[in-house]
Ligand binder design. Structure first.
Ligand code: ATP
Length: 890
């Protein structure tokens, strides 16, 4: 029989399990038999496919055409060394493919490794006790406990449920929440059966227990997983910009090659030789390794962010983070520690501390109802983990339960029947209980909302009607506690025996409890850094405005005497235009806001052109998290649904980690610019020799193969090292990057092409002529391609380009600051990159293999001295330019 059509008991029996779950030993055995509960990736095929793609993308095709032309040239005009060129270009394609593949593979691994940092946890019953497990440890027959915000970890059949609604969009595409219950169903399909919940779907509301009947690849999700996994990855705007840019450059390069071919023809150069140069121009200019390097830089940034407790879920988030202009932050747990302790109580008209209660047994007796309420009205789970017993859930409730149990004493004869759950819109919750005094309802929540359901209040003299005067006293008491930064909760109760409807109505307000939740110590500094970095921080909390303000002052978020405080009720009455204007206030705070209103704030800020980051943890926060430019979920307190909707997850729930991630995000952008400046610079000394050759009829100073040695050899590692620079200390002292600011700005192009590149080209040509001149060469004299002098002269040109690029690494570390002011050991990769660069150059110049491959010959020490001197001169000139720029910017 299909499990959907069985009763709950039968379905348990059919899986050889029971309502108390499997024993650990049996679970172990089943784990060995069924394997871990995860969806295996169809890895291998995908790897092979992406490797093949490295040979067939746009650049590769341009290069293939180049190689084909070279071989064709050899066929029509043998003996010109065209074969070597053809082979070299194929070599380029190969090296490039392997290198790109390696980079992309590393990037993907890095992102995959991040996922491991935050495995999905589930609550399950094993041997009658609630335990927390990794979702991967679930086996068929396990009983899992599901609640609002959870992802369903495996395919399950419900055995008990309260108001359960699930979102099945990932499996069935249905976007409205679907009700589910434990009744047997005639429906055979698990996809639509009302008593199954499937892996990959999520719980929108309610609670349930369910028995797992399929795990891993055997779940419905596992069966369709191979479809979704092969679906394309999201690319970031930056990656798209780079791709577009590379394409333009490749077209330009090809066009330029064509123009050179025509000029050569016009000047009467032999056709095949001419063609070779055209190919050279193309190969020199095609930015082969750009895109994979960008991807790798982003991936490396995600790893650095993870070390700082911020987990990026999609690569594009890295760059959006860097341009964030506003952070909408929750208070509890993000700005504060979420370590709650009861500080003050308002009972019968006066204030007390917990010590007072312990010292005066009269208080505990007279106000027992409040303490019983605190002990029973909660949503915690008592769990047993490795022999330890603990309460799991909201720390505020843990503190309240602790207080209640201590003051109320033994609770014999009390039993919870059911619960009217808390939600951020109602801001209160209730439980119905059997008590020795009959059935009671206990309610707790924000004072405003609890007052709505009370009609009397307990004062010292007894129960009094809740009139205007009483309300005023209560609100004043709340204000006093909230003004000190305490979070205030009101407690109320009422009998639901004897015909009264069992709902929240006609209750007696028993008192108020003020809890302290100290700010996180790192937060004031993080807020100060945001201020310096031009990022606005706006607190959006469900808490009381006074509590919110007190905390905001404590952490330095609010300094003025007249801050703008807007409550959720105010928001309801503000028109879009009014909100738009209100958001201009320099200091603004939102309190008593419902989760749904967060979305309104996000959209209003986005309309103002802001790049908005927003934090959230509940199911209700998911729309705001999705709508924001950066949705940030809490790793510890957040629900699975919030994490699923977020771009960034904070492993420690800490606001300071957001700021750290923004810093890294900004650094990525800076680093990519350093790296682009570096690799673009060397294009000029690669092109100028051709220009000189064609226009002035001199021997060709740099051969195509030598160009490839620079582009794909010596330049590679230093460029990568620049992509991995640590954030500059000043990165958080400037305003956020404008939304439309391009990576490749005109400034950058001008600096690389018109300044650094020109200096390099001048140096390279100078050393080339220096070698020729020393050997008595005269202008107009032609040199054989294999003449020792020619080989030495091109070698000198190549060596000079590499030496100036070594200098350029240091110059590119900052667009404005002097290279001497940056620590040499701040980035060991730079030194490593340079060592590799020089090692490769020595190989090219001084080994027979290097000489043969690159058409070079050993050069004398005077060449090196001249090259180094010119590189140093380039350093001086660029430093002088930077100094002048710094002065004029001041
Ligand atoms: P933030 O949005 O900054 O995290 P918060 O945690 O105070 O702040 P909510 O969780 O929306 O925001 O809570 C709003 C209000 O609801 C609280 O100030 C409190 O008065 C009340 N409240 C919160 N949790 C409970 C609960 N478990 N039971 C009853 N009332 C609660």
């Amino acid at each position: 029989m299909h499990i959907q059509s069985l009763t709950a008991e039968q379905s348990l029996a059919s899986l050889h399990t029971s309502a108390v779950g499997l024993t650990s030993a049996e679970a172990q055995r089943r784990l060995a038999e069924f394997g871990p509960n995860h969806v295996e990736e169809v890895e291998r095929e995908r790897l092979l496919l992406s490797f093949v793609r490295e040979f067939t993308h746009f650049f590769a095709i341009i290069l293939w055409v180049g190689a084909a032309l070279a071989f064709l040239a050899e066929y029509f005009d043998p003996g010109q060394g065209m074969v070597r060129l053809g082979v070299a270009i194929v070599g380029v394609i190969l090296i490039n493919a392997v290198f790109s593949f390696w980079q992309e593979y590393r990037a993907e691994r890095a992102v995959a490794a991040l996922r491991q940092l935050l495995p999905q946890q589930v609550k399950a019953l094993r041997g009658g006790e609630i335990v927390e497990l990794l979702a991967s440890e679930l086996v068929p027959g396990d009983i899992v406990l599901l609640e609002e915000g959870d992802f369903v970890p495996a395919d399950c059949r419900l055995i008990e449920s309260f108001g359960l609604r699930v979102n099945t969009a990932t499996i069935t595409g249905e976007s409205l929440p679907q009700a589910r219950n434990a009744d047997p169903q005639p429906e055979m399909s698990p996809l639509s059966a009302k008593n199954s919940v499937l892996a990959g779907t999520s719980v929108v509301s309610g609670q349930a227990r369910a028995v797992v009947y399929a795990t891993g690849m055997r779940t419905e999700f596992g069966k369709i997983a191979h479809l979704t996994q092969t679906a394309g990855k999201a690319t970031s705007p930056l990656q798209r910009e780079i791709a577009r840019l590379s394409r333009i450059v490749a077209f330009l390069a090809t066009g330029m090659g064509g123009v050179f071919l025509l000029i050569g023809q016009a000047l009467g150069l032999p056709f095949w030789e001419n063609l070779l140069f055209a190919i050279g121009i193309i190969v020199a200019n095609v930015p082969e390794g750009l895109l994979p390097t960008v991807t790798l830089s982003l991936a490396m940034a995600t790893q650095r962010m993870a070390k700082r407790n911020a987990l990026v879920r999609h690569l594009p988030a890295v760059e959006t983070l860097g341009s964030t202009t506003v952070i909408l932050s929750d208070k509890t747990g993000t700005l504060t520690q979420n370590r709650m302790s009861v500080r003050r109580l308002w009972l019968g008209g006066g204030f007390f501390t917990q010590e007072d209660i312990a010292a005066q047994p009269r208080l505990a007796t007279e106000h027992r109802a409040l303490f019983v309420n605190a002990a029973l009205c909660h949503n915690l789970k008592e769990i047993h983990n490795n022999g330890k017993h603990e309460w799991l859930g909201d720390p505020m409730e843990v503190a309240l339960v602790g207080m209640g149990r201590q003051a109320a004493g033994a609770l014999d004869g009390f039993r919870r029947i059911d619960e009217i759950p808390f939600d951020t819109d109602r801001k209160r919750m209730s439980v119905r209980c059997e008590t020795p005094q009959g059935r009671m309802l206990y309610c707790k929540g924000a004072l405003e909302t609890v007052l709505e359901v009370c009609d009397s209040v307990q004062f010292d003299g007894g129960i009094a009607p809740l009139d205007a005067a009483a309300k005023t006293r209560l609100l004043a008491a709340q204000d006093e506690m909230a003004g000190a930064g305490l979070r205030v909760l009101a407690f109320a109760h009422g009998s639901i025996d004897g015909g009264l409807p069992a709902e929240e109505r006609g209750l007696i307000l028993a008192g108020l409890v003020g809890l302290e939740d100290p700010p996180r110590p790192e937060v004031p500094e993080a807020i100060a850094r945001c201020a310096e970095a031009g990022i606005r921080v706006i607190m959006v909390t469900g808490d009381h405005p006074h509590t919110a303000q007190a905390i905001a002052r404590e952490i330095g978020l609010m300094k003025s005497d007249q801050p703008v405080v807007i409550t959720g009720d105010d928001l309801l009455h503000l028109s879009p235009a009014q909100l738009h204007l209100a958001l201009d206030a320099p200091e603004i705070l939102f309190a008593r806001v419902a989760a749904v209103q967060k979305m309104q704030l996000v959209e209003a800020l986005q309309k103002k052109g802001e790049i908005v980051a927003v934090t959230g943890d509940g199911v209700n926060d998911a729309p705001a998290l999705k709508a924001a430019d950066i949705g940030i979920a809490m790793g510890v307190a957040g629900t699975d649904v919030a994490k699923g909707a977020a771009d960034l997850i904070l492993l420690d729930d800490n606001f300071a980690s957001i700021v750290a991630a923004i810093e890294e995000g900004r650094a990525v952008f800076d680093n990519l610019r350093k790296f682009l400046t570096y690799i673009l610079s060397s294009n000029i000394p690669e092109i100028v020799p051709y220009l000189a050759f064609v226009l002035f009829r001199i021997p060709l100073p740099l051969t195509i193969i030598q160009i490839l040695a620079v582009d794909l050899g010596t330049d590679m590692l230093p460029a990568l090292a620049l992509g991995a620079e640590k954030p500059d200390p000043d990165v958080m002292r400037r305003p956020p990057r404008a939304r439309n600011e391009r990576l490749l700005s005109w400034n950058l192009i001008a600096r690389a092409y018109l300044f650094l590149g020109v200096l390099e080209a001048a140096a390279a040509m100078a050393v080339f002529f220096f070698v020729l001149d020393a050997a008595g060469w005269q202008y107009g004299e032609s040199l054989a391609r294999t003449a020792p002098l020619y080989l030495q002269a091109t070698t000198a040109c190549l060596a000079t380009i590499v030496m100036t690029q070594v200098m350029n690494v240091f110059l590119c570390r900052h667009p404005l600051k002097s290279s001497l002011s940056l620590s040499l050991f701040g980035n060991p990769l730079i030194l490593l990159g340079i060592a590799a660069e020089l090692g490769l150059l020595l190989f090219i110049v001084y080994t027979p293999a290097g000489n043969w491959l690159f058409g070079t010959a050993p050069v004398g020490v005077e060449v090196w001295l001249f090259a180094v001197a010119l590189a140093a001169l380039m350093g001086v000139v660029e430093e002088a330019r930077k100094a002048w720029l710094r002065r004029s910017l001041r």
